[in-house]
Write a protein that binds this ligand. Structure first.
Ligand code: PLP
Length: 367
């Protein structure tokens, strides 16, 4: 079955036919074929993709969408007593981490910047010096709200110099840009199947320092999102999940990892995403569109465009026409600017961006 349109939405996104085809087979959750043949290799490959040594980092897979994995990490890493989380916020996903912490009754502080700006590393340094109760810092790598790529290397330097635990939501960046997790001394990184790895939705994963996770027994505020217990089950059961695992999703993820490797690894994929982004932006600028995020801060994953300055511009109308032409784009999320977003990750190529630009050009009804 072919798809009626390409998803230019940053997750779920368009996946390859070969990824989808792997889901035609059923798997037994406690059989070695699945646990040793699918789950354990994935866990090992994730640690490698993050440039981590297997004796220092581990990875844990978690059922659910990306937010479930974030919630499992926050709820399990923060100790029940004397823990305080500082969240760096410049968009909806940073906000969501703070909201998760609030739901879980975790003491929380925030540092906030506007959606097209970075929280400054200097402000972070000052905050950590002022508030010694802070034990953990959480940041979002690519804030998918705007497409801004936050300077996680600078934050890592400051957070680790202050001796705090660093948690990175790399949902929409991991696999699409090289992240030296061990080199940056990141304690915990969270991502999910249906973004730059190009799998299908239903599972997230957490890459975490083993020495950090070892300290987390009994911390979890939720049974099903207990990352420590999930890890223990996967370790002792050689890839066994505590509760029903999304077998088809996990098998598709394994295929997606293989295709990432076949493409030439993260470097090559990053190059393709970058080409997608550049082709898109060059074309959109020719049509008179302006980006919300400045070039130096822009990620290669998703781009936010301001609405054209015309009373006749109607996003819904553009959306519908582009859908008919074979592309689904994404409404805006930046609060103070009317805008829309176009994702350029997934099974999407520069030629698709060119076709999209032609479709937009053919539909400029607002001039
Ligand atoms: C997609 C995404 C998430 C998770 O969203 P879900 O809808 O739960 O999958 C979290 N953080 C960022 C930065 C994201 O892009």
């Amino acid at each position: 079955m072919s798809n009626p349109y390409l998803l230019l939405t940053p997750g779920p996104l368009s996946t390859s036919d070969s990824v989808k085809e792997t889901m035609l087979r059923d798997w037994c959750t406690w059989d070695d074929d699945y646990n040793l043949g699918v789950v354990q290799p994935i866990r090992q490959q994730l640690v490698e993709l993050a440039h981590c040594a297997a004796d220092q980092y581990t990875s844990v897979l978690m059922q659910g969408s990306g937010t479930f994995a974030v919630e499992s990490a926050i709820g399990t890493l923060l100790p029940k007593e004397n823990g305080k989380l500082l969240v760096l916020i410049n968009g909806a996903y940073g906000q969501r981490i703070a909201q998760i912490a609030e739901y879980l009754n975790i003491e929380t502080a925030t540092l906030t910047a506007s959606e097209s700006e970075w929280v400054s590393a200097e402000a972070l340094r000052t905050k950590l010096a002022e508030d010694s109760a802070i034990t953990h810092v959480a940041t979002v790598h690519c804030e998918t709200t705007s497409g801004i790529l936050n300077p996680v290397e600078h934050y890592a330097e400051v957070v680790k110099a202050a001796g705090k635990t660093l948690i990175v939501d790399a949902m929409s960046s991991f696999g699409g840009i090289d992240i030296d997790v061990a080199g940056l001394n990141i304690d915990c990184l969270i991502s999910s199947a249906n973004k730059c790895i190009q799998g299908v939705p239903g599972m997230g994963f957490v890459i975490v320092k083993t020495s950090v996770l070892e300290q987390c027994q009994g911390n979890a505020r939720s049974l099903s999102l207990d990352l420590y217990d999930q890890w223990q089950a996967m370790e002792s059961g050689n890839g066994k999940w505590r509760f029903t695992s999304p077998t088809h999703v996990v098998r598709a993820f394994q295929q997606a990892m293989k295709e990432l490797d076949q493409e030439g690894g993260i470097g090559k994929r990053a190059e393709r995403y970058s080409n997608n982004h550049q082709t898109l932006v060059a074309g959109m600028k020719k049509l008179g569109f302006e980006c919300v995020v400045e070039d130096e801060k822009q990620s290669p994953f998703i781009t936010t465009f301001k609405y054209p300055q015309s009373d006749r511009f109607d996003f819904k109308q553009l959306y519908d026409r582009l859908k008919e032409a074979g592309f689904v784009i994404y409404p805006g999320k930046v609060t103070d600017t009317p805008c829309f977003r176009i994702g350029h990750i997934g099974e999407v190529y520069p030629v698709d961006m060119e076709t999209l630009i032609s479709a937009i050009e053919a539909n400029i009804f607002w001039q």
